[in-house]
Design a protein around this ligand. Structure first.
Ligand code: HEC
Ligand code: HEC
Ligand code: HEC
Ligand code: HEC
Length: 507
């Protein structure tokens, strides 16, 4: 066989072709190499810290100087124009959409005002604006404790570090209004030094401990859900905590488990109630938002998918892959949120989500009506002279039925996250509500009443408020005074305090 040298000796032009080809290949390799180096240095530029700050730096914009992409996408949680069939980021007045809620929550803050959740950047503002926090002007107190700030801001871990956990929860809500001013952000989920995910809320760490688990053992993938579980969970205010008696200490009722029955048993055993119902006098439970608990019972959780996979998918920009911090309805971003795992068309995926939601909501509506009827009938029974003893079992049925309804309704996203479990919870609620109404029917027979109890006209929010006798117009006027007078004072004080914070500029 001829060697390369023989070939070139016979046909010198072959040598020149080989030479040129080599030069071209080397040149292209060089280009590739330089482009890689460029991209790498771009990456380095992004992650070279611009400022140095501590863990308790509450200002998102300061962390944002080091991580502009994450910060800029986080700021998109301010957007407010996306609407899916049932959710989205618009501020929707849910009491207007469904006036039955006013009756279900009669005697409790949510009957005053309840809007659909918006983006994380609004958390502090929306808490100030809701009628539930009242209008603490001129020394008047808010009906809510400081515990309500817990899931709103990176000022919370900062304050807990300064004054202690129980002392943070202590006192009425307006006493820390000038302290909690930065909306949910970087310091809530991240370690300042490593930028690893971090649990900053003691409520979750404490709940894990009582279940015999150490949250520090959680895997990276679990952490991508647990950072959300710091807030998107069912909770209550425990005023009997040893060592912090009288303080509304934020607590998760998970000691017996996370199902609707486990938590119900937990609350019944300690005879806890959130409030006494203004119409029926039942000892009520308010399910807050057991989003994590319900999610964990669904197919995605069982396949190891985390909250961040759908609500904070990866995106890429300028050769950089990073986490989209625009936490929102994944239906506004099906390509990144779903289609990384599913091959189906957007249309089909939307249809899957909406079909689950439609089915669940159909039954949830029926349960709501049953519970409204039960409250109204219970009041009628009291008015006819029923005794505590005659009413006690009925009131417990009302408590349990509404707890189940609320567990399903308030587990935002639950109809998609875990449709079978959500459907099950609602159907057990329907059974319990009907049992209560059967007992009521028997009681009416005993009391000599055999006509149907009329269903009130609660076709609008205004009519429902009139039915339960709540003066919302007055509350709204007071709120206006509060936002004009008190909030600017809070902001001024906060700005003065923050002007003393030190951060070190590195470059
Ligand atoms: C520090 C508490 C906190 C943490 C941590 C938190 N959230 Fe939230 N989240 C909230 C609050 C409060 C709201 C409602 C804000 C409002 O309506 O003003 C909210 C709203 C939302 C919404 C509705 C947004 C919209 O546009 O309608 C989604 C979705 C959401 N959170 C998902 C998540 C996910 C996923 C995580 C974890 C990666 C997470 N949250 C972590 C407190 C928190
Ligand atoms: C609700 C919780 C939450 C908040 C608030 C949050 N992050 Fe993140 N962040 C995450 C999650 C989840 C990841 C993905 C981490 C992983 O899988 O390792 C992440 C990843 C990151 C990363 C690693 C690189 C990347 O993009 O994956 C950086 C840097 C970061 N976040 C910066 C920020 C900054 C800056 C802020 C404030 C503007 C912020 N984060 C607010 C949850 C949060
Ligand atoms: C990280 C991967 C991943 C992402 C992201 C993801 N899914 Fe899934 N999804 C799965 C897996 C795995 C299953 C279970 C399928 C199986 O094992 O057969 C599943 C199941 C489903 C099912 C069937 C549910 C059932 O009850 O059987 C639907 C519908 C679905 N996903 C819709 C979505 C939508 C909509 C999104 C975006 C909002 C999404 N998925 C995002 C991995 C993912
Ligand atoms: C497989 C994808 C997927 C995962 C994983 C997932 N979600 Fe969702 N989530 C959705 C979809 C889809 C909706 C319905 C959005 C809609 O109707 O617009 C939703 C709705 C929500 C909502 C209500 C949003 C709104 O606009 O009001 C919240 C809050 C939420 N999810 C939080 C969480 C939390 C917390 C976790 C983890 C414990 C989680 N999600 C895990 C897909 C997911």
């Amino acid at each position: 066989m001829a060697t390369l040298r023989d070939i070139i000796r016979n046909k010198p032009w072959m040598g020149w072709i080989l030479f040129c080809a080599t030069v071209i290949v080397v040149f292209l390799l060089g280009l590739l190499g330089s482009s890689i180096v460029e991209r790498k240095s771009e990456a380095l530029m992004v992650y070279t810290p611009q400022v140095e700050h501590g863990q308790y730096e509450p200002r998102n914009e300061v962390w944002g100087e080091n991580f502009p992409r994450q910060y800029q996408t986080y700021m998109k949680t301010k957007e407010g124009s996306f609407k899916s069939r049932y959710n989205g980021n618009e501020m929707i007045d849910m009491l207007e959409v469904d006036p039955r809620l006013v009756v279900l929550w009669a005697g409790y803050g949510f009957a005053k005002d309840y809007n659909q959740g918006r983006g994380h950047a609004y958390a502090v503002e929306d808490l100030r604006n809701t009628l539930r926090t009242g209008a603490p002007v001129d020394g008047a107190k808010s009906p809510m404790p400081n515990t309500c700030w817990s899931c709103k801001s990176p000022d919370v871990p900062r304050l807990m570090d300064e004054v202690g956990i129980a002392e943070f929860y202590n006192g009425s809500w307006e006493t820390k209004g000038h302290e909690v001013v930065n909306s949910i952000g970087c310091g809530d989920c991240h370690d300042a030094e490593t930028m690893n995910l971090k649990i900053t809320r003691p409520v979750l760490t404490e709940a894990f401990k009582r279940m015999g688990k150490d949250i520090n053992d959680a895997s990276h993938q679990e952490m991508r859900s647990l950072v959300c579980a710091q807030c998107h969970v069912e909770y209550y205010f425990n005023k009997k905590r040893v060592g912090a008696e009288g303080v509304p200490y934020l607590t998760l009722p998970w000691d017996k488990g996370m199902t609707v029955e486990d938590m119900e048993e937990y609350y019944d055993e300690i005879e806890f109630k959130d409030w006494t119902h203004a119409v029926s006098k039942a000892p009520m439970l308010k399910a807050q938002h057991p989003g994590y608990e319900v999610y964990m019972t669904g197919i995605h959780a069982s396949r190891g998918v985390s909250c961040a996979d759908c609500h904070m998918p990866y995106m890429s920009e300028g050769g950089q892959k990073f986490t989209d911090h625009h936490v929102q309805s994944p239906l506004n971003n099906v390509a990144n949120s779903c289609q990384v795992c599913h091959r189906e068309e957007t249309e089909q995926l939307l249809k899957d989500v909406y079909t689950s939601q439609d089915r669940i909501i159909e039954n949830r509506d029926k349960l709501e009506e049953l519970i409204v009827r039960a409250h109204v009938e219970a009041k009628f029974a009291w008015d006819l002279g029923a005794t505590e003893e005659q009413m006690s079992e009925i009131l417990m049925d009302i408590r349990h039925a509404q707890w189940r309804w609320d567990y399903a309704a308030a587990s935002h996203g639950g109809s998609f996250h875990s449709p079978v479990e959500t459907g099950r919870v609602i159907s057990t609620g329907i059974t319990v509500a009907q049992e209560g109404r059967l007992k009521l029917a028997r009681l009416f027979a005993d009391l000599g009443h055999n006509e149907e109890i009329p269903y009130p006209d609660i076709s609008t929010k205004a009519k429902a408020h009139e039915f339960i006798g709540l003066p919302v117009e007055k509350m709204r006027a007071d709120k206006k005074e509060f936002t004009e007078k008190v909030v600017p004072e809070w902001l001024k004080k906060a700005a003065e305090r923050e002007s003393t914070y030190t951060t070190k500029t590195i470059n």
